[in-house]
Design a binder for this molecule. Structure first.
Ligand code: HEC
Ligand code: HEC
Length: 319
């Protein structure tokens, strides 16, 4: 009895030590040096694509807005895509793959995960797996996890640094958003204009290097579409609370983050139709998903939380 108690407490102490060691060892910046040779070149190419996704010759034709991967996978103090600590960091991402995705109802590879962001967050077309751009981005993301222990994620296709935060954040903000009224929308507009508009514009079109959040210019969409994580009232609020206003992540109260994203996601965003994001099968080959039809609009994204967009906005401006 005494013996097993000692064993138990020793075990617990060892576990504690192990986990704090792991935390201490977890690198939160990119490795210092690029790998040698061709692999290093691929890492650099992937990094470059992520910084200039909408203008890079290898990806511009697959992007339907004015965003780059770094618009949401924020650069850390080392200046590298996805090394900032907020939710949606790329640190640890590669250790989680292959991983199960509820959305695709299938086990996804890292390339799948990366390429799917093109159809949604980038409002464009899904790159073909194993093309240069696709391999380069996967190589870059894998490099960021060098030296970290592998642990495939059976629940969601994301980094161990993100999964708890997404799971908690999405649940928590779903509860808040389900209670939203027109008053929350009005409050969200007021807060947006006070805290966000100086960088993203009152019209949401972005300013200089500050990225757009909604709307069109010359008939072209500027921001993420209604299939993107950011367009979901709960996930958008979780992301914004963690990362915005820039340099002040973690400062918005729950209700403020919820109301601001209620306002932002109630503005015009492109409809999502999965089939339009995929190249014809003859060109693209196998699409690794059991879900082959999926459509969303601003209206349906609100309905998902039991909300009527007209009542929330107080007008009938969203189709
Ligand atoms: C408008 C914001 C936005 C843009 C732009 C964007 N993403 Fe994402 N990305 C997200 C969000 C939000 C998630 C997680 C939530 C979800 O999947 O619903 C995510 C998840 C990911 C993940 C999983 C990361 C993890 O470990 O949690 C990868 C990999 C990824 N994106 C790659 C990319 C790449 C590559 C690009 C550029 C081609 C890109 N994303 C552009 C918002 C964005
Ligand atoms: C000081 C300027 C600044 C302020 C203020 C600011 N942002 Fe941002 N925002 C940025 C920049 C720059 C990015 C691109 C990622 C990065 O580099 O941090 C970004 C990215 C974003 C994105 C993801 C990319 C996109 O275009 O969809 C969203 C959503 C967003 N901000 C929402 C907000 C909201 C909501 C507020 C107010 C609470 C806010 N931001 C305040 C500068 C700012």
């Amino acid at each position: 009895m005494k013996n097993s108690l000692i064993k138990y407490s020793l075990g617990a102490a060892a576990l504690l030590m192990m986990s704090s060691n792991l935390m201490a060892q977890t690198p939160t910046v990119a490795p210092k040096a690029y790998p040698a040779g061709e692999v290093g070149k691929m890492v650099k190419l992937g990094e470059d694509i992520m910084m200039h996704t909408d203008t890079h010759p290898l990806t511009k034709d697959m992007v339907g807005n004015k965003l780059q991967c770094i618009s949401c996978h924020i650069r850390g103090s080392d200046g590298k895509p996805g090394t900032a600590h907020g939710i949606s960091t790329f640190i640890g991402t590669a250790t989680a793959f292959p991983a199960y995705s509820k959305r695709e109802k299938s086990v996804q590879t890292l390339q799948d995960r990366i390429n799917n962001c093109f159809m949604r967050s980038m409002n464009g077309k899904r790159p073909i797996v194993d093309t240069k751009a696709s391999v380069a981005m996967a190589t870059y993301v894998t490099w960021l996890s060098e030296g970290m222990p592998m642990k495939m994620n059976p629940k969601m296709p994301c980094s161990p640094m993100n999964s708890d935060r997404w799971m908690h954040g999405a649940k928590h903000f779903a509860k808040i958003q389900k209670k939203a009224t027109h008053a929350n929308y009005v409050n969200g507009k007021k807060l947006y204009e006070a805290k966000c508009a100086m960088c993203h514009g009152r019209d949401g079109a972005g300013k200089g290097t500050f990225p757009p959040l909604w709307g069109q210019k010359n008939g072209k969409w500027l921001a993420y579409n209604t299939g993107a994580g950011m367009s979901k009232l709960n996930k958008g609020a979780a992301w914004v609370q963690s990362n915005m206003p820039k340099y002040q992540g973690g400062t918005l109260k729950d209700q403020a983050a919820a109301d601001i994203m209620l306002y932002v996601d109630a503005q015009p965003h492109a409809d999502f139709d999965l089939r339009k994001g995929l190249f014809p099968e003859s060109k693209m080959g196998y699409y690794n998903s059991k879900v082959l039809k999926e459509k969303h609009t601003v209206r349906s994204n609100f309905k998902q939380f039991g909300l009527d967009i007209d009542t929330i906005r107080g007008d009938h401006k969203i189709k």
